[in-house]
Design a protein around this ligand. Structure first.
Ligand code: C2E
Ligand code: CA
Ligand code: CA
Ligand code: CA
Length: 278
C-alpha cells in the first residue's frame, strides 16, 4: 500500500510539473509571437436591424502557433494578462484594427465601425495604452469614432475608470459594455457612466421563447438601455426565431452564427454588400 501511495504521489507531481512546464512554454512562445507575426484578427459582422447591413464588426484575435496550430484566445489571453504581455498584444490589436477599418471605410462603407476587445489591465493608469491608441489613430488617419472599445463590467468598479472613459470619448472612441449581465454590474454604474453600447451576453439569448426568464431579461434590458440613451447589441444569435424576437423587442444590433462566424478580412469584405437579415 505504501508503494502504491508513493507511485500515486509521484504520478501526481509529474502531471503538475508537466502542466507548469506547458505553461512556461506557452509564455515563452507568447513572448515571441508578436515579433514572429503569429497573431491575426478575424471579424464577426454586427448587423444593424433597421437596415440589415453590416454596419459594424467585432475584431477577435487568433494565434497561429507554428507547432500547435490555432490556439484559442480563451487559452492564451489569461496567460498574456498574468505576464503583462497583454498590453503590447492589445496595442497591436488596436493598430491592426485601426489600419483595417480605415481601408474598409474608404473602399466599402464610410460609416463602418469596428469593435475591439480589451482586457482591464490595458486601461490601468500605468499601461499608457491611450497614448498609444491616439498615435495609432493619427498615423492611420482614422477618426476615433470609427472604433468602439469593448470593456467588461469589472472595469466599472476601477477607481480610474471615469477618467479613462472621458479620455476615450475625447478621442471620439465609443465604449461598449461586453457580456452584460454576467458580471457584477449594478444599475448605478449605468447611471454614473456615459456608456454608448450594451452587449447582451449570449447566455441570455439562448432560450428566448415567450414566457421564459431570458425573454423577460432581454426585453427589460433593451427598454432600460434605451431610456438611458444606450444602444443595444445582442450576441450569440443562432436562430431566425431569436432574431425576430430581438428585432420585435427593439434591439438595435445583433451578431452570431446565424449571420456569420468570425471570418478573415477578405471574407468580411464580401459581406459588406449583403443584406444578412432577410
Ligand atoms: P467575447 O468578447 O464574448 O467574444 C464572443 C465569442 O463568442 C467569440 O469567441 C465568438 O467567436 C463567439 N461567438 C460568436 N457568435 C457566436 C454564436 O452565435 N454562438 C456562440 N456560442 N458563440 C459565438 P472567441 O473568438 O473564441 O473569443 C473568446 C473570447 O476571447 C472573447 O469573448 C474575448 O473575451 C476574448 N478575446 C478575443 N479577442 C480578444 C482580443 O483581441 N483582446 C482581448 N483582451 N480579448 C479577446
Ligand atoms: Ca467581445
Ligand atoms: Ca461578449
Ligand atoms: Ca449615450
Amino acid at each position: 500500500a505504501k508503494e502504491q501511495g508513493r507511485n500515486r504521489f509521484h504520478y501526481f507531481t509529474a502531471s503538475m510539473q508537466e502542466m507548469a512546464q506547458a505553461k512556461m512554454h506557452l509564455t515563452n512562445d507568447l513572448r515571441n509571437a508578436l515579433a514572429q507575426n503569429e497573431f491575426q484578427l478575424v471579424y464577426q459582422p454586427i448587423i444593424e436591424f433597421s437596415s440589415g447591413r453590416v454596419q459594424k464588426a467585432e475584431a477577435l484575435i487568433r494565434w497561429n502557433h507554428p507547432v500547435r496550430g490555432a490556439i484559442s484566445p480563451m487559452e492564451f489571453i489569461p496567460v498574456a494578462e498574468e505576464t503583462g504581455l497583454i498590453v503590447d498584444i492589445g496595442n497591436w490589436v488596436f493598430h491592426e484594427a485601426a489600419r483595417q477599418t480605415q481601408q474598409w471605410r474608404q473602399r466599402y462603407q464610410p460609416d463602418f465601425q469596428l469593435s475591439i476587445n480589451t482586457s482591464p489591465l490595458q486601461l490601468r493608469a500605468d499601461a499608457s495604452s491611450l497614448q498609444h491608441w491616439q498615435r495609432s489613430l493619427k498615423s492611420v488617419g482614422l477618426p476615433g469614432s470609427a472604433l468602439a472599445i469593448e470593456i467588461t463590467e469589472s472595469l466599472l468598479m476601477d477607481a480610474g475608470f471615469a477618467e479613462r472613459l472621458i479620455a476615450m470619448h475625447e478621442l471620439g472612441i465609443e465604449v461598449s459594455l461586453d457580456d452584460f449581465g454576467t458580471g457584477y454590474s449594478s444599475m448605478s454604474y449605468l447611471k454614473k457612466f456615459d456608456i454608448d453600447y450594451l452587449k447582451i451576453d449570449k447566455s441570455f439569448v439562448g432560450n428566448l421563447q415567450k414566457g421564459s426568464s431570458d425573454f423577460a431579461i432581454c426585453e427589460a434590458v433593451i427598454v432600460m438601455a434605451h431610456k438611458l440613451g444606450i444602444m443595444v447589441i445582442a450576441e450569440g444569435i443562432e436562430t431566425s426565431s431569436q432574431l425576430s424576437i430581438l428585432d420585435t423587442m427593439g434591439c438595435d444590433y445583433g451578431q452570431g452564427y446565424l449571420f456569420s462566424h468570425p471570418v478573415s478580412a477578405l471574407e468580411l469584405e464580401k459581406l459588406f454588400k449583403a443584406d444578412l437579415k432577410s
